[in-house]
Design a protein around this ligand. Structure first.
Ligand code: ATP
Ligand code: MG
Length: 445
């Protein structure tokens, strides 16, 4: 037999049988060690929410499409072009992967009459879906953390939510985040402003882009939210909603501002800040950084006193915000590089036959709170001591526990420090004392 057919057969045998699949465009896998940052952020958020008495809520990722159409508004970027909507194959119901979670929370609050005994403070974390053009800081599956306070009309709760977000930036060590604030007033004030705005924009039809022309009569306020630089000048000179606010709306706005002032939280007023959904009234705000290019808004929110009624619930005031997890983490990565997590201990097992006893010891250590990575491999590739030590070093563990058969027979294990170079201190520990050793180890954290 010549060599050629053999080589061809070998190649055919090693070729994959199925086409390789990859993730959907704009939807990302979050892998270790990066996922450790996510967990770290989530832990910080849980602690902070608990300190502010916000409770966790978890709602479905799929909701009836009308929830978003009615809740967010028909003439919004999200509803017009960004929703993943589909028909339930079995009953034809129109469904949508949630593009945001305020509407879902409000639906749940109304559905379960959660406000019957007073206001509720809630928070959530999870994936959202929008069919956008993927780029840095803009994905099709992305993640939000959000806080919502429902059933409270007072400006102090608007301020509480802004302070909560501000506290989170401090807690995370984020720098260069600024706060922009505006008030959208009440529906009647918006109507008066809307008439003035349409009249003004009609005089500048030539500069309006397609989106703006289409929205001129259906949702002119949204035009102020444009990202088109060609329209900036016209938009900046447009009639300002803030000038149409009555006494009550201004008083509400000033109350929010005086609390922020008293707490030393700096902000700037942006009369063109309108936000992407129609459900907002009174206070709206965004936290922005210049460090992420054009995807610089890391968190946005405001009051939405009419949303609950809009989706069929009993009217109740509400206010909330959502932050983009990917953008916050991107900013953190730039400002504060952190180390990947490592175990406390790497367990070196020279002879695999000792594994049952090793595992029983490791189980006790883990129960005491020690983080342990065990050496692992197949019967034919168990690895020499040298290669096990290499892996122990690579794991970043502070200590190696060496479960040599002779030591085990004496009821001992060798502890070697991996942090003081090649000549790391090495010491025999009776297995019976391991719990005490674990406690000492924990106290050195
Ligand atoms: P943008 O103007 O950047 O499109 P938005 O106004 O649509 O943002 P919101 O609906 O207010 O955003 O969502 C709150 C936060 O969620 C945003 O400030 C941002 O940090 C994040 N976010 C929104 N859309 C995306 C996305 N496609 N990918 C990643 N993060 C996003
Ligand atoms: Mg958007």
């Amino acid at each position: 037999m010549s060599e050629k057919p053999l080589a061809a057969a070998a190649a055919a045998a090693s070729a994959p049988r199925f086409e390789k699949l990859s993730a959907v465009k704009g939807m990302n896998d979050i892998l270790p060690p990066e996922s450790a940052r996510w967990e770290w952020l989530e832990d910080k958020v849980r602690q902070l929410m608990a300190r502010h008495a916000y409770r966790n809520i978890r709602t479905p990722i799929v909701e009836p499409t009308p929830l978003f159409v009615r809740g967010l508004g028909e003439v919004t970027d999200i509803v017009e072009k960004e929703m993943y909507s589909f028909e339930d194959k079995l009953n034809g119901e129109a469904l949508t992967l949630r593009p945001e979670n305020t509407a879902g929370v409000v639906r749940a609050v109304a559905e379960h009459s959660m406000l019957y005994d007073g206001g509720k403070r809630l928070y959530y974390m999870g994936p959202m879906f929008r069919h956008e053009r993927p780029q840095r800081g803009r994905y099709r599956q992305f993640h939000q953390i959000g806080a919502e306070a429902l059933g409270f009309a007072g400006a102090e709760v608007d301020a509480e939510l802004i302070l909560l977000a501000h506290a989170l930036w401090q807690e995370l060590g984020l720098k260069d985040v600024r706060l922009e604030l505006n008030s959208l007033g009440q529906p009647d004030e918006r109507r008066a402003h809307r008439a003035a705005l349409i009249a003004y924009l009609e005089q500048h039809q030539d500069v309006l882009d397609e989106d703006a022309k289409r929205r001129l009569y259906s949702n002119p306020l949204r035009i102020l939210d444009t990202k088109n630089p060609a329209m900036r000048e016209v938009v900046e000179a447009a009639p300002r909603l803030i000038d149409f606010l009555g006494e009550a709306s201004l008083a509400h706005f000033n109350s929010v501002r005086s609390i922020l002032d008293a707490c030393g939280v700096a902000y700037s007023l942006n009369p063109r800040l309108v936000r992407g959904m129609d459900y907002y009234n009174l206070t709206v705000f965004e936290f922005i950084t210049e460090s992420l290019g054009s995807q610089g808004t890391i968190c946005g929110g405001g009051r939405y006193d009419y949303l609950i009624e809009q989706i069929g619930g009993k009217a109740a005031p509400a206010v909330g915000w959502a932050l983009g997890v990917e953008r916050v983490l991107e900013l953190l990565r730039e400002q504060a590089p952190t180390q990947a997590p490592s175990p406390d201990v790497y367990a070196i097992v020279p002879d695999a036959s000792a594994l049952p006893q090793v595992l029983s010891t490791l189980t006790q250590l883990r129960a005491l709170g020690v983080s342990v990575q065990m050496h692992a491999g197949g019967a034919e590739s168990w690895g020499s001591m040298k290669s096990q030590f290499k892996k122990a070093d690579a794991s970043g563990a502070r200590h190696a526990l060496i479960f040599g058969s002779d030591e085990l027979a004496r009821g001992e294990v060798t502890v070697k420090s991996l942090r003081d170079g090649a000549g790391g201190a090495q010491q025999a520990q009776p297995l019976a004392n391991l719990a005490q050793w674990a406690i000492t180890l924990q106290s050195q954290h």
